[in-house]
Each structure stands twice: as C-alpha cells, then as structure tokens.
Design a protein around this ligand. Structure first.
Ligand code: GUN
Length: 288
C-alpha cells in the first residue's frame, strides 16, 4: 500500500484556457464594434499529420473567438521562393493581423529565412528575431505562446516569482530560452539545464519552480523535486500504451510538488490560447 503524504494542486490548463478565451471573445466583440475583426493566417507546407491536427485546432480556436482566419495549405513541393511570396502578400494584407507558418517546414525550405520574412508586427508566434530581441530587452513584441502560457499558469495561482529559484530544463528557441527570460523579467533567479548538464537532480532539488521542456518522459521524478515546488510540464510524449504524457512522472511528482500541470490538459491547451491572445493584441495594436 502506498501512503499519500501530500497531493499537489493541479493547475488545469483547460479551465484556465476557457476563462482566457472568454476574455479574448469579449475583447474581440469590442474591436468588431469598431469595424475591426482580428485575422490570423495559418500556413502549412507539406502533409505532416501532427501539424495538420495543430493547424486545424488553431483555426478552430480562431472561429470560437470570433476571429477571421485563413488556412493556407500547400503541398510539400512548394519552393522557398513561393512561400516567401505568400508571406509578403499576407504581410501586406490589412485583414490579417497575425501570420503563423507551422513548423517544421520541409527540409528544402530554410525555416529561419521564412520566420524572418514575417512582419514583426504580425509575428504572433513570437519566433522572429525582433520578437526575441524585444523579450531580451523588455520591449514590446510578441512572446512565444508556450512559455507565455506557462507564465499565465503561474499568474493564475498568484505565484510571486521575485527571488524564487526557477529551473528550466531545455534550451530550445521556442520554449526553454524564452521561458528563462520571462521568469527573469519577473525577478526569479533562473537556471537553464540541458542535455550537457551534469547532475540535473542537484539543480532541480533547489528549484521553487521547475519547467520541464525536453521531450523525454519520466525526466523529472519525485526524488528530484523539492516539497511544495511548482512543476510545469511542457513535454508531449507517448507512453508504452500510446497515451500522451509529459516529461514529468505525474503520479510520483504530484505527491511532492505544491502545484503541478497535467499532460494532457495542462500547458498544451494554453499554447493555442496564447496564440489567440497575441493575435487579438496584434489587431488591437494595428487599430491604434
Ligand atoms: N510547431 C510546433 N509548435 C509550433 C508552434 O508553436 N508554432 C509553429 N508555427 N509551429 C510549431
């Protein structure tokens, strides 16, 4: 028999998303009353099945909030030059406030070149170097959606990051690096751990907040977590039964942590929600 010493509060990403999307819908109505409808263009090149699911969900999120949205799907043979021409057209289209090119793009297309072709004013993914630079310097731009969603989850539990030790595991441009910068901006002491880190557990045991964003299941186990810590799980993996799971051993860690996000139903739904927030924000800025 196992005895349950403590059970963490579960931060529900579905419920938080619902609340935030309600706010987005209300702000959209206000903007529409002024004759402006937020517009998102989602561009997918190739037939990656996971990407097809993601882009459908993004377009559905737009529809639910009353946005205008266009889904442009091209076959894998589209050239980089052709894609750049489409992006230029979307940059110039006043009905489009946000542009998202679903990644990965086929190997013959340079993803960086494509991202840099998007107008920073419409970069609702927050991947452009202008957005990255704005985040580094604390200027106005767009924050990448997944780490932005993690910050909203911390906000939802009124968590004060000042002076806290946050350990981010993973250093991707999309999650780990921007996550560390956002936590720093809220006055946390931030450590970034990654594949070359020696003794990961020595770092995580000191963490008040752990963000796991590696893509490796059971990376974070109960023995690695300080009692009461907040654990945010960005991982998206499959277990042996094919079920979705994160980077955190949820059943073990929930006995130790103070707050934890589940997978599914945690950070995942927040990503699209923050894309909607960014798109609305882009439309509001354009309206000013
Ligand atoms: N591929 C996986 N995640 C993302 C994302 O957040 N945005 C885009 N554009 N592509 C992705």
């Amino acid at each position: 028999m196992t005895t349950q010493t403590q059970s963490a509060h579960i931060i529900d990403g579905v419920e938080l998303s619902r609340k935030l999307r309600e706010e987005v819908t209300a702000r959209t109505q206000t903007l529409k009353a002024r004759g402006i409808t937020p517009g998102l263009a989602v561009v997918l090149v190739g037939e990656n099945p996971a990407s097809q699911v993601y882009v459908r969900n993004k377009v559905k999120g737009c529809q639910d909030c009353g946005f205008h949205s266009v889904l442009e799907q091209y076959d894998a043979g589209m050239t980089e030059a052709e894609l750049l021409i489409r992006i230029a057209a979307l940059n110039a289209d006043p009905a489009i406030h946000g542009i998202l090119v679903q990644l990965p793009v086929p190997a013959h297309i340079n993803a960086n070149k494509v991202i840099e072709a998007i107008s920073p004013l419409k970069d609702v993914d927050g991947f452009h170097i202008a957005s990255a630079g704005a985040l580094v310097t604390g200027m106005r731009g767009f924050w990448p959606c997944t780490p932005y969603g993690c910050m909203k989850m911390l906000e939802s539990i009124s968590y004060d990051l000042r002076g806290k030790h946050a350990v981010v595991i993973g250093r991707s441009n999309i999650v780990g690096k921007p996550m560390a910068l956002m936590l720093l901006q809220k006055n946390a002491t931030v450590t970034i751990c990654h594949s070359a880190t020696k003794d990961l557990k020595a770092f995580t045991l000191q963490a008040d907040v752990i963000v796991a964003a590696v893509g490796k299941r059971n990376l974070v186990t109960a023995d690695m977590v300080k009692p009461g810590a907040v654990v945010l799980d960005v991982g998206m993996n499959r277990n042996d039964e094919g079920k979705l799971c994160g980077d955190v051993n949820f059943e073990g860690v929930r006995q130790v942590a103070g707050h934890i996000t589940p997978v599914p139903g945690g950070v995942g739904p927040m990503t699209i929600t923050m894309l909607l927030v960014n798109t609305l924000e882009a439309a509001e800025r354009a309206a000013k």
